[in-house]
Design a protein around this ligand. Structure first.
Ligand code: ZN
Length: 151
């Protein structure tokens, strides 16, 4: 697990400092807004979908290092995935951050994403990590409402 912890710290630092796809997608045909009032994380996720394939993902907004790194890693993993594959990844990510999936068992399938399992030790940060993913799901389902981690 200590290797995973190092990977986690490196990943958060790297993606927070240099977030990937941190831009509004002008050609997006799906988007959704997400908000985590407990931490103040707020992002808009943009997706360009063509024939059921995710062509591009972008995001903008602001929040803590974990929420930003999570959105950044997510955006870099989704290109070329089908919507069904993306949905699968959303579900798996949720299991990793809540500690219900074993990251070492899933590492071949999810790669760097496994590092986010480290968040499961800090319940208050689980919402930070999963905000972008909830928002992505809403974008793929074409929901107009703002996604909030608090209902
Ligand atoms: Zn946060």
């Amino acid at each position: 697990m200590s290797e995973l912890k190092t990977l986690y710290q490196d990943l958060i630092l790297d993606h927070n400092k240099n977030p990937r796809n941190f831009k509004k997608l002008t050609n997006a045909n799906r988007h959704a807004e997400g908000y985590n009032p407990l931490c103040g994380d707020q992002y808009t996720i943009y997706v360009q979908v063509e024939n059921d394939i995710i062509r591009e993902v972008g995001f903008e907004g602001s929040g803590c290092a974990i929420s930003k790194a999570s959105a950044s890693v997510m955006s870099s993993l989704l290109k070329g995935k089908t919507i069904a594959e993306a949905e699968e990844l959303i579900t798996l990510f949720q299991k990793l951050v809540t500690g219900t999936a074993d990251p070492m068992e899933e590492i071949d399938r999810v790669g760097k994403l496994a590092a986010f399992a480290g968040v499961s030790e800090f319940p208050a940060r689980v919402k930070c990590a999963s905000l972008a993913w909830h928002t992505l799901r809403a974008a793929l389902e074409d929901k107009e409402q703002v996604v909030s981690t608090e209902v």
